[in-house]
Design a protein around this ligand. Structure first.
Ligand code: NDP
Length: 419
């Protein structure tokens, strides 16, 4: 018997809502609260008669702390799943502390306005000291560790696939496969085709900010910054075939490096098609990825937000996306005195995801781990309080839940290495 609030009702949230409703003996009462309440009402209607979960909906602006606290007091959730935007992570964490409930999200905090002076000063300092330029980093949310510990509550940070399952794979490999891990390559392949010349598979603003930033990897205790998309190659993915891979900075590198300081190198690669790169480069060159407001016909417009309004809604790509995703980690290290390699990954089919929950596989591979993360907390498998990323918890029950609820692992003991 658990009471849960989901904030946001986009691609990822819609999958998590479906999956929570499949486990209606655990997720007995669900409140879907988002900016556009008609989306919440629609999914509630779609699920009527298909689940015993008691669903309520609520319009909310997650920037409004008082409205959040009021909602939490009236609904009394055990956990709030923040599946909206990472811009509101801190305010929702504050509201969870104020009310006294657990928290979960799928992406590290970054500010909406990257030119805000106080944030900017701290950002510039971090770029200088650490050497990676992404707008997101975990430092803001790790600062909540003590506050959550003192209240005996969990803030589970980044519990999608990557971040999320990728870190559970690291914890699993460290527990079962290696005495020492030397290198990790996280590979995120989307072999799906939606038929549009250009669209993003999750929130366009977050996706384009991430992909157009400098790349970075971690080696020998240091960050190594490289120009965006400058390190690339090819990899032949199980279930998908050969794809172009590009090195990106990604948030879980930061937490894995912190929690496993002995690992010598951690890199993250994502696949992109030619058409995506061509469009993104062009949009960047003409200033459409800008995050600073410009004046247009007497109105202030943020270019990347205007672009988001033009692009297909990721939640609408489900019916037209075919193909598969393949996301996982390749490890090199030592077991029982011998060198070994190991690859653990999941292959997810866009159309099968659509048939099951009405969404494409990128939303599916994020929404299912979010539900499984909440399940770990609600069922008492994960109890360590604090603001923590996934790799600090026992990976076994989480990976078992993923196997059972739609994202089964595959393993290879003789993988082709990236290089
Ligand atoms: P969408 O843009 O599809 O959905 C975002 C939702 O949040 C929308 O329903 C939106 O409302 C709502 N929202 C935005 N601002 C507010 C606000 N101020 N108050 C209340 N609700 C708000 O995004 P996705 O579902 O694709 O992505 C969700 C999150 O998941 C993102 O943070 C993304 O970075 C993350 N993600 C993580 C992955 C992982 O593997 N870890 C992979 C993919 C995504 P409205 O309907 O009005 O627009």
């Amino acid at each position: 018997m658990s009471r849960v609030i989901i904030i946001g009702c986009g691609g990822v949230a819609q999958v998590a809502i479906h999956k929570c409703c499949q486990l209606d003996d655990v997720f007995t009462d669900l409140c879907i609260a988002s900016r556009t309440v008609s989306k919440c009402d629609k999914i509630k209607k779609d699920l009527e008669g298909k689940t015993k979960t008691n669903i309520t909906t609520k319009q909310i602006d997650a920037n409004d702390f008082n409205a959040l606290v009021e909602l939490f007091h009236s609904f009394k959730p055990e956990i709030v799943m923040n599946l909206g935007m990472p811009y509101q992570n801190l305010i929702i964490m504050d509201a969870c502390l104020e009310f006294g409930c657990h928290y979960l999200d799928t992406a590290a905090y970054e500010p909406e306005d990257v030119n805000e002076p106080v944030w900017r000063e701290r950002y510039e300092k971090r770029v200088k000291e650490k050497g990676f330029t992404a707008y997101f980093d975990y430092s803001y949310q790790w600062e909540y560790k003590k506050k959550f510990e003192e209240k005996g509550l969990i803030a589970l940070l980044g519990c999608g696939f990557d971040p999320g399952v990728s870190q559970a794979y690291v914890a699993y490999a460290a527990k079962h496969e290696f005495d020492r891990i030397d290198t990790i390559d996280i590979l995120d392949c989307n072999g799906g085709d939606h038929g549009y010349p250009f669209a993003t598979n999750f929130n366009p603003e977050i996706n384009l900010r991430e992909v157009s930033s400098d790349g970075a990897y971690y080696e020998d205790g240091k960050w190594h910054k490289v120009p965006a998309m400058s390190i690339h190659g090819k990899y032949n993915f199980d279930g998908v075939g050969e794809k172009d891979i590009y090195l990106l900075h990604h948030e879980e590198i930061e937490s894995i490096a912190k929690n496993y300081p002995e690992i010598k190198r951690i890199r993250f690669y994502m696949t992109f098609g030619e058409s995506y790169i061509k469009h993104m480069t062009c949009l960047e060159n003409v200033g459409m990825l800008g995050t600073k407001a410009i004046e247009f016909e007497g109105k202030k417009i943020i270019p990347i937000q205007f672009l988001k309004a033009l692009l297909p809604d990721p939640a609408s790509l489900g019916p037209r996306t075919v193909g598969k995703t393949n996301i996982g980690c390749i490890f090199k290290g030592v077991k029982d005195g011998k060198e070994k390699t190991y690859y653990i990954y999941n292959v997810c089919d866009h159309q099968e995801s659509y048939k099951e929950v009405g969404s494409q596989a990128v939303s599916y591979t994020t929404g299912v781990p979010a539900m499984c993360g909440a399940l770990m907390i609600l069922k008492g498998y994960w109890t360590t309080p604090g603001a923590n990323t996934v790799e600090i918890y026992n990976p076994d029950p989480f990976i078992e839940a993923l196997d059972k609820y739609g994202l089964p692992k595959r393993e290879s003991y003789n993988p082709v290495m990236v290089d």
